[in-house]
Design a protein around this ligand. Structure first.
Ligand code: GLA
Length: 398
């Protein structure tokens, strides 16, 4: 999910709009610094909110936060260096903003206060390397980074899991997207050079070495930006829940699609509207693919892993219907390249990036070719982003 930053005019609060040339507040004493990464997901899309399996990891592209207390009881000042955009908030009056990006901040502050934790005025300057609308979870990076920073600054004693869950609630309650737990979990819990095989029901995680042999991960950003809150993301989730409700009538033990196997789905086929059947079928198959992909990567079988990525894309396109022409074009463009093992749309869909498993020494040439072909078709240059599996949130106290 992604943050839609908008440019707003500086508010005229005393001291507020006066920034040093280095972008910091004039009276700003940095006490805590945070590096909060975006994430990729190798396979397991739209399975997290169905209590299924995912395989994400944090990446070496991040949002950087600087935080300090400002001696005020309730005034907080937030400045995004990247977007030269700022706002202030009053801890005693947290309400939703009309500016979408502010709601990520307000949502986190609200959830922390809902837990009965005490905050006082703080200043926060942030800088982002994460492209907007690219499906690499700039929103989770923003929410989890701020929550981790405030936890450290005010010694709130929140665990990492508390931070992950409150960041997810912020997204549900203030941003309006009923996201799963994958993005927040990956942003906080990842380990360098590893993928996470995450069971989204139990939150059991297995860390698998991200050993892609002679390949690297290349993202191609379609530059078609999505806002999942406005998109069909929430309605896909509802369709899955509707499937569960119908199947649970004959199988009362069923609580989520995680509890449903192919046989149960087939038994209920005549009771399920066609689209709902397709959505459920996709999720059941995708969970199996994640398990197979984990085995493949452990065995160093990059070919098998890549084939599972293509299979995932095909079903996201046709059964789950969350792809778009631009994503399909880039995936199709990769298919006959013997140096690309797998490609698929990544994240919520309806735009954002494709993720490609590609031989390292062919990357430059492929970027050139893909750029030309994509520009020829859509009149846009795709944005190439080469990423490494990196560690989750890094916290430094000054
Ligand atoms: C978005 C959501 C995640 C997940 C993916 C799809 O990134 O934030 O929770 O559902 O889409 O896999």
């Amino acid at each position: 999910m992604n943050v839609n930053f908008t440019f707003i005019i500086f508010e005229t609060h005393i001291n507020f709009q006066i920034l040093h040339s280095d972008g910091n507040f004039k009276d700003f004493k940095v006490q805590v610094e945070i590096e909060s990464p975006g994430r990729i997901n190798l396979i397991g899309e739209h399975t997290d909110y169905n209590q299924g399996f995912v395989m994400p990891t944090a990446i070496d592209k991040k949002i950087y936060f600087k935080l300090g207390k400002n001696n005020s009881a309730s005034l907080c000042r937030i400045y995004s260096e990247t977007y030269n955009s700022s706002f202030q908030l009053n801890l005693q009056k947290i309400t939703k903003s009309k500016n979408p990006w502010e709601n990520y901040i307000l949502g986190v502050v609200n959830e922390i206060q809902q837990l009965g934790k005490q905050l006082s005025g703080f200043d926060c300057v942030l800088k982002s390397e994460l492209p907007i609308g690219a499906g690499i979870s700039s929103s989770a990076a923003l929410e989890c980074g701020l929550a981790s920073g405030l936890n450290e600054l005010f010694e709130l004693k929140l665990s990492k899991i508390d931070i992950i869950k409150l960041a997810q609630r912020a997204e549900h309650n203030f941003v309006g997207s009923n996201c799963g737990i994958m993005d927040q979990y990956a942003s906080v819990m990842s380990r360098k050079d590893h993928l996470i095989l995450l069971d989204c029901e139990s939150l059991d995680a297995e860390y698998i070495p991200a050993d892609f042999r002679n390949c690297k991960i290349l993202l191609l950003n379609t530059r078609v930006s999505h806002s999942l809150a406005d998109s069909k993301y929430n309605s896909r989730r509802q369709e899955c829940e509707e499937g569960v409700r119908i199947i649970a009538k004959t199988h009362p033990e069923v609580k989520s699609l995680r509890d449903i196997d192919e046989q149960m789905l087939e038994n209920s086929k005549d009771k399920l509207p066609g689209k709902i059947y397709e959505r459920c079928s996709y999720v059941i198959e995708e969970n199996k693919r994640v398990q197979k992909a984990a085995e493949a990567i452990k065995n160093g079988n990059v070919t098998e892993f890549g084939n599972l990525m293509y299979a995932s894309h095909d079903e996201l396109q046709h059964k789950y219907e969350v792809s778009c022409a631009e994503l399909d074009f880039l995936v199709d463009f990769s298919r006959d390249k013997e140096f690309i093992y797998g490609a698929r749309m990544m994240g919520g869909g309806f735009g954002g990036c494709t993720i490609n498993l590609i031989e390292t020494d062919k990357i430059d040439k492929f970027i050139e070719e893909a750029d030309k072909a994509y520009f020829g078709k859509f009149g846009i240059n795709p944005e190439p982003i080469i990423v490494e599996a990196d560690a989750g949130t890094i916290i430094t106290r000054n």
